[in-house]
Write a protein that binds this ligand. Sequence first.
Ligand code: HEC
Length: 238
Amino acid sequence: MLSTLSLDELLVMCILLIFIACKSDPVIPDGGLPPEPPVQDPGLNNPCEEGEISFQHQVLPIMISSCAYSGCHDPASAEDDIVLNNYENVRKEVSPGNANNSELYESITESDSDDIMPPPPAPRLTSAQIGIIRDWINQGAKNTDCGAPCDPEASAFAADILPMLQNYCIGCHNASRSDGGVNLESYDKVIPYVEDGSLIGSMKYEVSFAPMPPSGSRLSDCRIAQVQKWIDEGAQNN
Ligand code: HEC
């Protein structure tokens, strides 16, 4: 039968078939679309300009860890109709160029403990984290994805490791919310996960551990190198 078709007719059939194949509706699983796969911070491969804040790799990790978890501002819970899991959604809560006029910034700097976000007993954002969010809004609230500043040689616990854990991990792993039974709030709490290999294993997305953070932005190779160096040098409380 094929031999009776002209080349033109075959071409039309092919185009029709492709059209039909592409028109079928996408299948959306129960419970909504799966979370977007984490993107890795490019770090020193594509560093931010001096002072420029990376939305994807500085602001978003704080949102994922401290706001967008279940029961609060993840897509399924959407408390107060606010979702803070990606750029489009976070952008709706800010007024670009004007942190002081942005609902998001007001909520994290609120003096009234009934209104402050995240709500107690969740730990408050640190002043460094509040500064990152303020600067990002004042710089125009753009969807920047340059690499966050990072020195691979800097690996002191207090100055380098703990602030990174604060931005990427502690919102889900603290005394009041310890996902997976894990608390990473302080040096003593972190050490058991250094000893069993799960701290670095989860950050490196090694198959035998749950990948961490589970969504948003993955740590840059530079940050992982800092943690590896800190561990190799004895995981000191320095
Ligand atoms: C959005 C919340 C969230 C964030 C952010 C997060 N975690 Fe987790 N973490 C979880 C959950 C949920 C589990 C339990 C997962 C499981 O067992 O499958 C977990 C489990 C773990 C475990 C145990 C893993 C294992 O396989 O034994 C470690 C270690 C851990 N997280 C470290 C981290 C580190 C380090 C970061 C930051 C780089 C981080 N987490 C960021 C939610 C989070």
